[in-house]
Every structure is written in C-alpha cells, then in structure tokens.
Design a binder for this molecule. Structure first.
Ligand SMILES: Cc1ncc(COP(=O)(O)O)c(C=O)c1O
Length: 388
C-alpha cells in the first residue's frame, strides 16, 4: 500500500471516511482526483512502470478505493471486486476439493447458492449451522474444515453471531474466519479487531449507499493471504471498473452520517411495528428482546438500518403489504439512502427456496433509508392498517 499524505491512520473513522484514499490531484490540485479510465499505462523501460501496468491488475481509482476501505476496516490490505459475489468467490477459491466450510444456517441466499451449487459440485463440502449454538458448531466441525463463514447481522433474519467467541473456536481448530460485514459496515462493526481473518462486503449496499453501483470488497491483515487474494483478483479478473470505484469512494465519504440516520430511523420504525397488531414478530438487534441484543451491544456501535418482521396474516398479508407502501419502494437490495421493502422468500432469498435455508413466506424485510422519520412511519402505518 503506497504512502498517503492527507490522512493519518490515527484519525477518527469519520475523518478517514472523507480523506483516506482520494488525495488532491498532483498536477492540478483538484480535491476530487480524476477517474482514471486508462486500461494500460506507459512504461519508462521494460518492467519499469510507475505503479500501474494494466488496469485489471490495478488502476489509480481502484487503488484509492482499496486504501480507503482497508483503512476503515482497520486492515493492512484491501481488494476491490466487481460485486459482493465476486469478492466472496475470490475468498472461496482458497478452498480445494475435499475441504469443508461451515456457513450460517440463515446465510445470504446468494452465498448459499455459491457454496452449495457452484463450489459443492467441485468437491468442496459444506455444512449450514446455527452459529449462535456453539455445541452445534462443534458437532459440525470436521478435520477438513478450513473456513468458517460468519454473517452478522444476517440477511434477512438479523441473527447476531458473537464474532470473537466463534473466531476463537475456529482458530483453535486451525480454520480461517470470514465475516460478511455488509449489513453492519465498518462504521458499526470491525470484525478484524474481533478476531476475524477476512472481511467481505457487498459495496453495492451501505458503502456505495445510493443504489447506483454494484461492487465488492475484501479486507485482510495477513500479508500472505493478501498476496494470494490479489493473485486471484488478477488471475480470475472479477474487478470493478474505475467509475464504479469512484462511486463507492464518493458514497463512503458520507457513510458515518448516513449510518447514524439509518439507525435512528430504524428505531422509530421498530417502535411502530412492535405495537402494531398486523405484525406477529419484529426482528431488530436493537430491541432488548432480540436474542443477540447483548452481543450486538458489545460488538457493534449501533444496530443498523435493516428491520425484518413477520406478518400476522401470513404470506398473503406480506405480499399485500409490500405492494402498498408509497415511500418504501418495493425492490431488492438494501443500504441506500431511499427506503426499500421486499419479500425475501420470493425475492432476495428465492435461491434458497426448497432448501433448509428457505425463508418464512410471512417475512418482510425493510431497508430503512434516511428520509424523514415521520414520513416513513406514516407510510408503513397506512400499509399495516390496510393489511390488518
Ligand atoms: C449480506 C450480503 N452479502 C453479499 C451480497 C452479494 O453482493 P452483490 O449483490 O454486490 O454481489 C449481498 C447482496 O444482497 C448481501 O446482502
């Protein structure tokens, strides 16, 4: 990682979110550096270049993003990818036929599909386990277990996993620990400081923050692991384009203020849902009744902007509800400034249908945006009243 003049690793998160990565353009002083679109870079002599040779291997805009996100995760190394799934794929390529991976039993549906349907047929073995149950985790462990995959909070059930405790168990048995930190973001939770070895992100979500880019990211401390993943990043080539990198960099500058508002608005929405008769159960790690609340308090700065709930009227009520909000847009994805509502069983988690990871069809997931809290609560209330 090259030296950087404008920020200091000792600066607070909010300062690094603004200053880590982009530095004023050395030729013009522009405070927003130009998006570097070149696919190749002139060399002074064979093998003598100025840090960049070919844009799949690296380019200045991607390097700025990688520096910035690595700093925010408190990591020594960062690698950007074309999507969250491309980032996950690079990490899973560390597994060889015969190796075993443990995934959460409510892992994101796309992760499940990649592990079970893409890596499974290549001879990689997997088990889906309730990671809040240490006995179940110990029972699922095998001599061949090389990776433990954690997601916390999970998508869509918002299960909280104790990263430090589970990482200790995995390290005692010689496995690497990966945390998908997409829901929390490094502003709310920093898995490497809790003992994880690898952090993955869908930067499509809160890091980009504006529903206008698809991207992924991997952060690690270990130099050898970083070299191996950089090799795979270049060899398999699942890299983001420069403009996508720029969009994520721009999004990250406001991450801290956006996350504060997402969390605040989510609390107001939870208060409405918890008191509404059309709602059977609310899942939000910030609620005192949530089984992972105490762990979340310990390992997160705040509880995030995603709220899930099951409808008392079952699947038909859930389907009716998601189609009857005005401000909450019915759409997949999450983590952007606008509020979204969706039906996981038929939308984001349809790939888990018919599997042990299938989602309750009465479940609705909200990505609470940064609009007016009053408007958001009123919008949900009219939809819930109608569904009652
Ligand atoms: C927790 C989580 N991880 C990974 C992904 C995959 O990211 P992408 O859609 O950017 O490939 C998603 C997408 O929804 C997600 O929610």
């Amino acid at each position: 990682m090259s030296d950087h003049r404008q920020f200091d690793e000792g600066d607070a998160f909010e300062t690094r979110a603004v200053h880590a990565g982009p530095e004023p353009d050395p030729t013009t002083g522009a405070v927003v550096p130009p998006v570097s679109l070149a696919s190749t870079f002139a060399q002074d002599a064979v093998g003598q270049h100025r840090g960049f040779e070919y844009a799949r291997t690296g380019n200045p805009t991607r390097a700025a993003l990688e520096r910035c996100l690595a700093s925010l995760e408190g990591a020594d190394h960062g690698l950007a990818f074309a999507s969250g799934m491309a980032a996950e794929d690079a990490v899973l390529r560390l597994l060889l036929p015969g190796d075993h991976i443990v995934i959460p039993d409510d892992v994101y549906g796309g992760t499940y599909r990649l592990v079970a349907d893409v890596y499974g047929p290549t001879g990689v073995e997997w088990s889906a386990v309730d990671l809040t149950d240490s006995d179940a985790l110990a029972a699922a462990w095998r001599d061949e277990t090389r990776l433990l995959w954690i997601e916390t909070p999970t998508n869509p059930l918002l299960t909280i996993v104790d990263i430090a405790a589970v990482a200790e168990l995995a390290h005692d048995r010689g496995a690497l620990v990966v945390v998908d930190n997409t829901f929390a973001t490094p502003y709310l939770q920093q898995p490497l400081s809790l003992g994880a070895d690898v952090v993955v992100h869908s930067t499509t979500k809160y890091l980009g923050g504006h529903s206008d880019v698809v991207g992924g990211f991997v952060a690690v401390d270990d130099d050898d692991l970083a070299l191996g993943l950089a090799y795979l990043q270049n060899a398999a080539g699942g890299v983001p384009g420069p403009f996508d990198c720029y969009l994520v960099l721009r999004g990250v500058r406001t991450l801290a203020v956006r996350m504060d508002r997402h969390c605040e608005n989510a609390r107001a929405v939870v208060a409405l849902l918890a008191a509404h008769p059309a709602v059977a159960e609310v899942r939000y790690p910030g609620s005192a009744e949530h089984p992972g609340h105490d762990i979340a308090r310990r390992q997160m700065r705040d509880f995030g902007g995603i709220v899930s709930f099951s409808c008392a009227g079952g699947e038909s009520a859930a389907l009716e509800l998601v189609a009857s909000t005005r401000i909450f847009t019915l759409a997949e994805s999450l983590g952007a400034v606008e509020s979204l509502i969706e039906h996981p069983a038929q939308m984001t988690h349809a790939s888990a249908a018919g599997s042990p990871l299938a989602v309750d069809p009465a479940l609705v997931r909200l990505s609470v945006g940064i609009e007016s809290q009053v408007d958001l609560v009123a919008d949900l209330k009219q939809a819930l009243d109608a569904a009652e």
